[in-house]
Design a protein around this ligand. Structure first.
Ligand SMILES: *Cc1c(COP(=O)(O)O)cnc(C)c1O
Length: 368
């Protein structure tokens, strides 16, 4: 009953603090959760109305092929249905991909810090994770990642924009990388924050996976679409890779309600537009404020900012928590002396500015 040896070294995912927990502990009524890059504007009202009127037979298994969603998404993205596979969020997709392509004797190349599930799942499969430090700017070091590839490399993970730094790669960099990467190595491009990036930064990845059949693109309904609680994401790529993912996944890995909600969400692009426009406005305003008090931020094209703190990040985290703001301390996401802050609603970010001003004043005093 020992299971795989590696399980002794790994821990379950450590989630951010829950709102109710913080409310009780610090006796506060208003908590602002900015720790998991969730959408502070909720989700499309069209989803709400569809779900309210939906008459779903919960006693019946969902459509394992997600037919309706698959067809809607194929039209929306101008691709074929057999070029899409669905999963219970991208977390599960990362697990499925790892299960399909990794095993003992193989290795996988990724940045560090980046989304932690790539390494976690690789280790469970017995593969070696080769982590290439990000540049000081928070950008991927793609040349070094290429240099780490050898005959045993099965997957390269590129997270763009990257979590936790927020930095995107450029289309030119992606082209150069794909031209140089051996075509038997799967390149997984995680675009969880795709909708938040500027149009000028679009990697046009969907126009590339036919030219580069080893390119697999990941997108999710959890972030801009605001459906994190329903767990639904997808991979886009060459139909032969998609076919393999479909073999390995659970036969009913996305629920009927998630499929229905995703179709409705996809049909409301004005919501996405509204959310992304507001996000940029609030993020840039917040970044400007931080810079004005000397707290530097990484360039972000996402709904979060990685912010350099003047002192230990756990201390800043604690002081924000006591004031009702839940954020992610950088030392928990691989970049000490920073905090990762999800961009919330304008009102909440004003309150947060106030809290940071107070905290910054305390640190300034200590330094005197
Ligand atoms: C949030 C996130 C995911 C996981 O998203 P789900 O679809 O909710 O599982 C994957 N990759 C990155 C980079 C993320 O930030």
């Amino acid at each position: 009953m020992e299971g795989k040896d590696i399980l002794k070294e790994l821990r379950p995912y450590e989630q951010g603090m829950q709102t109710e927990e913080v409310k009780r502990k610090y006796n506060l009524d208003h908590i602002v959760k900015l720790a998991s890059n969730e959408n502070p504007f909720g989700f499309s009202p069209k989803v709400k109305s569809v779900l309210k009127d939906a008459d779903i037979d919960f006693n019946i298994y969902p459509d394992g092929h997600a037919t309706e969603l698959s067809s809607a998404l194929a039209i929306h993205l101008s691709i074929e249905e057999d070029e899409i596979a669905f999963s219970s969020g991208l977390d599960e997709m990362i697990l499925i991909i790892s299960r399909c392509f990794l095993e003992k004797g193989k290795n996988t190349v990724m940045a560090v810090p980046t989304f932690p599930q790539y390494k976690h799942q690789a280790r469970i499969e017995g593969a070696e994770a080769r982590e290439v430090p990000l540049k000081e700017t928070g950008d991927h070091d793609l040349d070094e990642m290429l240099a780490q590839i050898d005959e045993d490399t099965a997957i390269v993970w590129i997270c763009s924009p990257n979590n936790p730094t927020g930095c995107p790669i450029t289309e030119e960099q992606l082209n150069r990388f794909m031209d140089q990467c051996p075509n038997n190595v799967l390149v997984v491009l995680d675009e969880a924050y795709y909708e938040f990036a500027r149009k000028e930064s679009d990697l046009h990845a969907l126009d590339k996976f036919r030219k580069y059949p080893n390119l697999l693109i990941l997108r999710t309904f959890s972030k801009a679409y605001g459906l994190a609680g329903l767990r639904i994401g997808y991979a886009i790529g060459n139909s032969s890779i998609i076919g393999k993912l479909n073999v390995a996944r659970g036969p009913f890995n996305t629920s009927s309600i998630a499929q229905k909600a995703a179709v409705a969400a996809l049909g409301d692009q004005s919501f996405i537009n509204e959310v992304t426009v507001k996000n940029i406005e609030i993020r840039e305003d917040f970044a400007e404020f931080l810079n004005s008090i000397g707290w530097e931020c990484f360039i972000s094209e996402t709904n979060f900012l990685l912010v350099k703190t003047p002192t230990d990040d756990i201390e800043v985290f604690q002081k924000l928590l006591e004031r009702g703001f839940i954020i992610r301390p950088g030392s928990k996401v691989g970049w000490p002396q920073t905090i990762r802050v999800t961009i919330g609603k304008a009102d909440d970010m004003e309150l947060m500015k106030q809290a940071i001003r107070e905290i910054d004043a305390v640190f300034a005093k200590v330094e005197e």
